[in-house]
Write a protein that binds this ligand. Sequence first.
Ligand SMILES: O=C(O)C(=O)C[C@]1(C(=O)O)C=C[C@@H](O)C=C1
Length: 287
Amino acid sequence: MKVVHLGPKATFNHFTVVKAFPNEEIVPMMTIPECLDAVMADQADVAVVPLENALEGSVTITLDYLVHEVKLPIQGEINTPIQQHFMVHPHNRDNWRRVSCVYSHSHAIAQCHKFLHHELKGVPSDRMTSTAAAAQFVKENPQLNIAAIASELAAKEYGLDIVRPNIHDYSHNTTRFIVVSKKPVEFPETDCSINGKKTTLMIELPENHPGMLHTVLSAFAWRKLNLSKIESRPMKTGLGKYFFLVDVEMELDEVLIPGTIQELEALGCKVSILGSYQSFSIKGLQS
Ligand SMILES: O=C(O)C(=O)C[C@]1(C(=O)O)C=C[C@@H](O)C=C1
């Protein structure tokens, strides 16, 4: 099985794939859309991409690309603990407080806002395609006094020195990665722990119905269906037009979820199932 992920080597995404699919062919891609396109075009069997971070929220490119560009079902999710470190080229180790720019993935920069604000006030940060791409860039430019925010694995892989470990704003930093594939995916026995099952629904509301969101939520509430997430995203068809993504904490069954969908459709909503899947968590930390 060929599994693609946001690369290069030593992203959090790469670490997640190695933990979840240790015996498969693992191939890095430059961007999240490239990962999803590869599965769509049958150049890969599975893509594992980030969907949501506990500190910074949704990875909107993943969400939007799945809804608007490719129709690929979610076959699983993996929650990975995230520890962000501040690293420089060994040449610049003693000079790190005078770096001219900090590079990382936009989500990683946002997860370390307090550190950047308090300790490197006025130093610009610039986004890269991933944390590991930032680490690689710092390694390739020892003549520049610049830094990367990335994982311990990335520091090892690209020969950088961690000068400030654990700079993420809150300790419970976790990213939720989704596993998408045209076919059901078998998860091998690994050291990932098994959480519950989930079903993700996309709901478009009919226009101009006062109280419609309340009515939609009550279809879940009276069936006692637990929701772990609700998020609105623009339809991209005009200002004020949104769809809702809802995570239900149970597997797609034959009664409760189909009954909810029927009720919502009778109210004029459009509902699609983005996936019904097992959730896993990676137990070990990175080193
Ligand atoms: O850049 C990486 O290392 C990634 O795996 C991507 C990503 C993300 O898209 O949110 C994943 C986990 C971290 O939250 C930071 C970045």
